[in-house]
Design a protein around this ligand. Structure first.
Ligand SMILES: O=P(O)(O)OC[C@H]1O[C@H](OP(=O)(O)OP(=O)(O)O)[C@H](O)[C@@H]1O
Ligand SMILES: O=c1cc[nH]c(=O)[nH]1
Length: 196
């Protein structure tokens, strides 16, 4: 799309509807945390890697819930951040993104059960990039995927193991996730934005 067309699109009026409230997000994260523990038959070897921007705070929230089930388990010891910028397949086409740090928990990811965490699953290209990034860092025993929202429209054979909410969407719509850690105090919701 041309710059003029993009500018016109950004100025066009939009409608937005809330699909998950702050309380809904809390509830689905609690459910996903329990699903992760159940699938893993406990917390042993679990590592949660959040994809910036909003996958990381979601991974932290999940890690806190998981750690709360196991006395002595420190949430910080099972959570990390995985930047996928340099592994994206659209690097040549999209505007420059600044890479963010990748931080693994002290135990690394070799032989671990790594749960990738992101806010939205759409084409699947971010997760494809994340799998390549992981392969450069070590060899987990298992890699699973947890997302807050699956909005469909996959372009690659990728699916999530843990889904907060399946949201049927039109390709013209945009799912926007707001989390307090990134978007400011009390700003926790998921909205679907559509051109009016
Ligand atoms: O399945 P995909 O088509 O790859 O789309 C999903 C990705 O898109 C968004 O990230 P975005 O690249 O907009 O960056 P952000 O997290 O910084 O907003 C979202 O956070 C997912 O990471
Ligand atoms: O609607 C979308 C698509 C990709 N990533 C998002 O965050 N929202």
């Amino acid at each position: 799309m041309s710059d003029d067309a993009n500018a016109a699109r950004n100025l066009a009026p939009k409608t937005a509807r809330t699909v998950l409230s702050s309380e809904d997000i809390d509830r689905v994260l609690t459910r996903i945390a329990h699903e992760i523990i159940e699938a893993n038959k406990g917390t042993r070897d679990l590592v949660l890697l959040g994809i910036p921007s909003r996958g990381f705070p979601l991974a932290q929230r999940l890690a806190e819930r998981i750690a709360a089930t196991e006395p002595g388990l420190d949430a910080a010891s099972i959570v990390g951040q995985l930047d996928v910028t340099m592994y994206r397949d659209d690097l040549r086409h999209s505007t420059t993104r600044t890479p963010l740090p990748t931080r693994l928990p002290a135990g690394g990811i070799d032989s671990k059960v790594v749960v990738l965490v992101d806010d939205v699953l759409y084409s699947g290209r971010t997760i494809r990039a994340a799998l390549d990034a992981i392969a450069d860092l070590g060899r987990p025993r298992i890699v699973r995927l947890a997302v807050l929202v699956d909005r469909g429209h996959r372009e690659l054979p990728i699916r999530a193991d843990h889904v907060g909410k399946n949201l049927p969407t039109a390709t013209t719509e945009k799912v926007r996730v707001h989390l307090a850690e990134v978007d400011g105090e009390n700003n926790n919701e998921v909205i679907i934005e559509a051109a009016a």
